[in-house]
Design a protein around this ligand. Structure first.
Ligand code: ADP
Length: 490
């Protein structure tokens, strides 16, 4: 039995309180799995204007206290609630930065998250709860490891605290004007030496790569990919210089929340022993989309942020020939870049009787799509882990994916001769390769026995958090060992 730890998660998104993408799912679920191993786990996030005090039972936990940001001082307070019944979540409040109706998308986002990070380190001190590990996530919280080693260097409260930084997506780095270097209390001389190419622009993410005691990405394959110029987003050399601290741990999904046998958001519940009931969810989805209600027409679903990363330009090129050649239906739920809204709006108009296009965020509809589709499409250009394919597997929906990042670690190409595999995989980032994978899936779909086999394989796999939580526990121990070594050297 390993040592029981006090772990503080710090993140911009945590499900169910605020969710934009997979980050929220991870920080909403991993703490529960770690708590199950006996650790004392707590979570910190901003209290956005959208987080309802009454709905989540938030109560006051800390009255106003000052947080100094370079020349200005902000008054901050904190509320708390219990997540999943027993995990304290602290919500950092500041009217100026967080009382807004969205998580991101504001011109002062970098400033907002500098303020959040500074406040996040003050809350545990004021509560007298001393974490062994501060687990930071993505660029929003990337300065925390730096501050632990600078501003708080001589503070006995954090003397033994190690930091872990998880990269959920390297493409978002929190880059801003050089004046924020001062606001972040970063020493300009040291920063310029560490960032010779852009000495006068703040790159928040780079600071965690340099200062966290341990770093990980959300799949083993992505951890290797980001060391190459193709996937490194300009940080591959910096990451390579810290390769001894860099690890890959596959995300899981919350098997309580994503359970087709109990999910209240889907019309008909089913599991692997009642797999035939899944077709009822397909009929309901076909009705919802005003499409032909027919079990023999393959229905392909997608639920995704509409961003370049997700490979939608491939769909733009492949859609007309595919719709011409294959009798299939297509449902998409997503929001994001305007060009993709326009693209899918047009596709919806062109094939109105064979598509359902929903350009919004809707967690319940997402579940109806996971449950009601036959296949789930993820043609990603890059994918740090990807949750959609794991949720689909759980709902008996067969993923069609490009072999990149976490999709490599979770999806094996189906071979109809051996019956091995849980999805359909293509390699080249190319619309023909995508079309061939969809055509192969549509062909296999015609053979009910073989299709049932691939569905069952996915449903019987285990992508819950159990195994990954054990790996995080090991990562925390490594981080603590790195920290101890450093303290001993100093
Ligand atoms: P990313 O984190 O890059 O957005 P992931 O596949 O890791 O991608 O996670 C995406 C998560 O967000 C999944 O749980 C997916 O179902 C959900 N999601 C994405 N877009 C929407 C949407 N428009 N409505 C509801 N859920 C969505």
């Amino acid at each position: 039995m390993s040592k029981l730890l006090k772990v503080l998660f710090v993140a911009a998104e945590v499900a169910p309180y605020a969710k934009v993408g997979g980050l929220a799912d991870v920080v909403g679920a991993l703490p529960k799995a770690l708590k199950g191993h006996g650790h004392d786990v707590r979570v910190e996030m901003p209290r956005y204007g959208t987080i309802d005090v009454g709905k989540y039972g938030l109560t006051d936990v800390l009255g106003n206290f000052p947080v100094s940001l370079d020349s200005q001082t902000e008054q901050v307070s904190a509320k708390s609630a219990l997540m999943a019944g027993d995990i304290p979540v602290y919500f950092v409040e500041n009217a100026r930065y967080f009382s807004r109706d969205a998580v991101y998308g504001f011109p002062d986002d970098v400033e907002r998250f500098i303020a959040f990070g500074r406040a996040a380190l003050e809350v545990p001190k004021r509560l007298g709860w001393q974490p062994d590990i501060i687990h930071c996530n993505d660029w929003h919280t990337a300065l925390v490891p730096y501050w632990i080693k600078t501003i708080y260097k001589d503070d006995p409260f954090y003397a033994k605290t190690a930091t872990v930084f998880t990269i959920h997506n390297l493409a978002y780095q929190g880059i801003a004007d050089g004046r924020y270097i001062d606001m972040a209390r970063i020493d300009r001389g040291t920063y310029a030496a560490q960032h010779p190419e852009l000495p006068n622009a703040l790159n928040m993410l780079s600071m965690a790569i340099l200062y966290a005691d341990a770093i990980n990405t959300v799949s083993p394959t992505y951890a290797c990919e980001i060391l190459t110029p193709e996937y490194g987003e300009g940080l591959d050399q910096l990451l390579s210089s810290r390769a001894d601290r860099l690890f890959g741990i596959l995300n899981g999904i919350d098997y309580d929340e994503f359970n087709p046998a109990t999910d209240p958001r889907i019309p008909v519940n089913f599991d692997v022993s009642s797999i035939d009931k899944k077709v009822e969810d397909k009929y309901a989805l076909q009705r919802e989309c005003n499409m032909l209600v027919d079990k023999n027409v393959p229905l392909i679903g997608t639920v995704s942020r509409l961003a370049d990363q997700k490979g939608f330009d491939l769909i733009a090129r492949a859609v007309d020939p595919l719709m011409r050649e294959i009798n299939m239906q297509f449902v998409l739920l997503g929001t994001g870049e305007q060009k993709y809204h326009d693209l899918f709006h047009q596709i919806g108009e062109r094939y109105s009787d064979r598509t359902g296009i929903f350009l919004k965020f809707d967690a319940a509809l997402a579940q109806r799509i996971y449950a009601g589709s036959d296949m789930f499409l993820m043609p990603s250009r890059f994918e740090p882990c990807g949750l959609g394919q794991m949720i689909s597997l759980r709902y008996g929906t067969v993923p069609v994916v490009r072999a990149t990042g976490g999709l490599v670690d979770t999806i094996r190409d189906f071979d109809p001769r051996t019956g091995q595999g849980n999805g359909f995989v293509f390699h080249e980032y190319d619309s023909h390769a995508l079309s061939i994978a969809i055509a192969r899936a549509a062909e296999s779909f015609k053979y009910p026995d073989s299709w049932r086999k691939v569905m069952k394989t996915g449903m019987e796999q285990d992508f819950s958090w159990g195994a990954s939580a054990t790996e995080y526990q090991e990562l925390y121990e490594k981080a603590l060992a790195f920290k101890q070594k450093e303290v001993a050297r100093a």
